[in-house]
Design a protein around this ligand. Sequence first.
Ligand code: XMP
Length: 318
Amino acid sequence: SWTPDTFVDTTVADLKKKVGTDKVILGLSGGVDSSVAAMLLHKAIGKNLHCIFVNNGLLRKNEFHDVLKQYKGMGLNVKGVDASARFLDALAGKSDPEEKRKTIGRVFIEVFDDEAHLVEDAKWLAQGTIYPDVIESVSATGGPSATIKSHHNVGGLPDFMKLKVVEPLRMLFKDEVRRVGASMDMSPALLGRHPFPGPGLAIRILGDITPEKVRILQEVDAIFINGLREWGLYDQVWQAGAMLLPVDSVGVMGDERTYEKCVALRAVESTDGMTADWVNLPYNFLQKTSNDIINKVKGVNRVVYDISSKPPATIEWE
Ligand code: XMP
């Protein structure tokens, strides 16, 4: 019968045989799948695995720094590429959700291709594709790989997409990926991370994106997510995050009326993201979180909690 330990043993042996002494490139996202795929390849081929972790400027607060450090601690041969300015410049003035997604997908391909060229003589592209990705590879929202697929036909394939593909998790479901990671002693915090969309905070800032809006949302999101952890609620939630709404909400400060940002908090229970229920978070937690956000994040004067289920409301707001 299937066990994570035997999966690791046979997969590592297979990868050694398949890849030999070739160099392999892998894009790390900070998520569970790419991290576990990287760990398997690291066990098989060590330094010949060249991981690339791109900061698109739309990650959670401190995420680029913290996750990069964690990857290095795991012994991975990883390069962090801070392309924030390139992404934010390309996004300036764009407010249509699909245009934002396409822009991020395009810039990601450009940045990744530049980096891949720096790894001389690479033969393989490794991906953290899991079984549900294989069967839903044409889904409308898709993940980062779907984004890539929908753009590669413009102006020909980027060079890294001409590499041979290796996908060690292709036959696994998410829970199996987590068990495989645990059997390689990967940290429970990394393996238990909530899913996070490839376009990141860009699709949680409704309308156009500015560095200031990213900063505000990063602060709000950090208070919410750290609060979930502190209150022991993080693992009861499938995914959580904050949305920065394109409305200025009226507030009062002394005798003055002020107009500042409104944020919506969202936390859902789900098994696969296809359907989702909003989580009945404790009122005391919501009260504390709302006060912390309004008191600590300059520019926000109102917090609401999203109590809509999917369907019909999607998890993200755009
Ligand atoms: P929705 O909003 O469609 O989200 O209910 C379902 C799941 O997909 C994630 N999501 C995305 N992931 N690129 C991604 O990689 C995207 O463009 C994208 N849009 C939504 C969302 O976070 C949730 O987990």
